[in-house]
Write a protein that binds this ligand. Structure first.
Ligand SMILES: *Cc1c(COP(=O)(O)O)cnc(C)c1O
Length: 453
């Protein structure tokens, strides 16, 4: 029996003779001021759009919610069975139940190194010492930003951008400076806009290729220009390559360069930043989420690219942050070697073929709508459509709000990615759903086209 059973009378309070404090009423408990800085830019920008709003009277149409960039929403693009087998085997192995090393299991890090290493004839060599396992690409980005940035420093982010970057750096207190991507030039970086922003307090630049939300894939020539720029300005790069290899040749030209890594990373079409940046330092971010079509699995990594050993302290920092997080889930980590080795090339080819074909057909349909200016997707899983200024709304949020109200189609406006005048389609959505949405958008656009005075 415990020393103090329930039936024991409560002991008299020990007050040492002093009077007891008067009981105060409970007050709600507040979060810390640091955490209060964390926002969800998309949610904040979307206040005012009520997705639960009742449809207008007489409307029989189902709501088409095309907002989420998640390939699993419609069930038409499941992960490969080999990946499921790898996870099941890991779970049952008896080798995935304890604490992994905080930077990740050695075999998981080795598997990432083997997968991304370009071999002796390539110029990008990776060992397991260069890899830290993380909680998805988000965890990798948060880790990289936390280690590199701080109050008083600034970081360079693209515009438009995956706005979670802003969320991830919120508690760090560094200033965000936005450089421009040029929609009319295949969303290439406006290099002059970067060089205007750089100063002695710039701690890193974020690159994202292929891009969310742009659906773009930069040419090797542009990546070489970027590498020259980062070298000229001594900028450490965080390269978000969560869509590595998810790119295709829209012009139908054959890639000119048949490199050794052609198959796996679609080289000649997709160019990894680390393959062109020579000895400049970079942190490369990747994950299972998009390429393996399962963002819920939450497994990602940071790869340190550092031929000059300039990032030794940063490596130490990544290790410290990893210790604080205690790594991603052990079952997923242990599954990674088999997951990477056994997913057949055909799976990625099929994903690319679907995304490319859906992108082209949606592009062709939207291009027929007077006033809209769709941009042909070349990578990732998005199509950006401009021209929203040609309709009777003060900005893209007003456009998508009215579109939702009148046609029950919900699409994220460009301003959710910090670029007004656009809307972003997700091309993992089944084509018939996208074409239904496009028909409704056509009707909507006809009603709202600006009349020339
Ligand atoms: C989806 C996405 C991520 C986040 O990936 P997770 O692995 O799910 O955390 C990071 N960057 C970009 C550009 C994305 O689109």
């Amino acid at each position: 029996m415990s020393p103090m059973a329930i039936s024991d009378p409560s002991p008299a309070p020990q007050t040492n003779g002093a009077p007891l404090k008067a009981a105060k009423a409970w007050q709600p408990i507040k979060m810390s001021s640091s955490v209060r800085k964390i926002g969800n830019p998309i949610r904040e920008l979307m206040t005012g759009i009520d997705l639960g709003a009742a449809p207008e009277k007489g409307s029989q149409k189902p709501l088409l919610n095309l907002g989420l960039g998640d390939p699993t929403v419609f069930g038409n693009m499941p992960p490969h069975p080999a990946a499921l087998d790898a996870i099941e085997a890991s779970l049952r192995s008896g080798r995935a139940d304890g604490y992994p090393e905080s930077v990740g299991y050695a075999d998981a890090r080795q598997a990432v190194a083997d997968y991304f290493d370009e071999g002796a004839s390539g110029n990008w060599r990776i060992t397991k010492r260069d890899v830290v396992m993380t909680h998805g690409a988000s965890g990798a980005l948060e880790m990289a930003l936390a280690v590199l940035a701080e109050q008083g420093k600034n970081v360079l982010f693209p515009k438009p951008l995956f706005t979670a970057y802003e969320t991830m750096i919120a508690t760090v207190g560094a200033e965000i400076r936005y450089y421009d991507l040029l929609p009319e030039q295949n969303w290439e970086v406006d290099i002059a806009s970067v060089e205007r922003l750089v100063d002695e307090n710039t701690t890193c630049i974020m690159l994202n290729n292929p891009s969310n939300p742009c659906g773009s894939n930069w040419s090797k020539a542009h990546l070489l220009d970027l590498a020259a720029m980062t070298k000229r300005n001594q900028l450490v790069v965080i390269s978000d390559e969560v869509y590595a290899g998810m790119a295709w040749n829209v012009t139908g030209e054959q890639p000119t360069e048949q490199t050794h890594a052609q198959g796996k990373f679609n080289r000649g079409v997709f160019t990894p930043y680390a393959s062109v940046c020579g000895d400049s330092p970079a942190l490369i971010v990747g994950a299972v989420s998009k390429r393996w079509l399962a963002p819920g699995w939450r497994l990602g990594w940071v790869i340190v690219h550092d031929p000059q050993s300039l990032l030794d302290d940063v490596r130490d920092g990544l290790g410290r942050w990893a210790f604080r997080i205690q790594g991603p889930n052990s079952t997923m980590q242990r599954s990674l070697p088999a997951l990477l080795a056994n997913t057949p090339e055909a799976f990625f080819d099929e994903t690319k073929a679907t995304l490319s074909s859906v992108g082209q057909q949606l592009f062709a349909r939207l291009a027929k709508i007077d006033g809209l200016k769709p941009l042909l997707p070349q990578g990732a899983m998005y199509l950006m459509c401009g021209g929203l200024e040609n309709f009777d709304f003060e900005n893209d949020r007003a456009f998508v709000t009215a579109l939702h109200k009148e046609e029950l189609v919900f699409i994220l406006p460009g301003s959710c990615f910090r670029l007004d005048g656009f809307m972003r389609f997700v091309t993992t959505v089944p084509l018939p759903v996208l074409l239904d949405a496009a028909d409704r958008i056509d009707a909507f656009c006809q009603r709202h086209r600006k009349t020339v005075a």
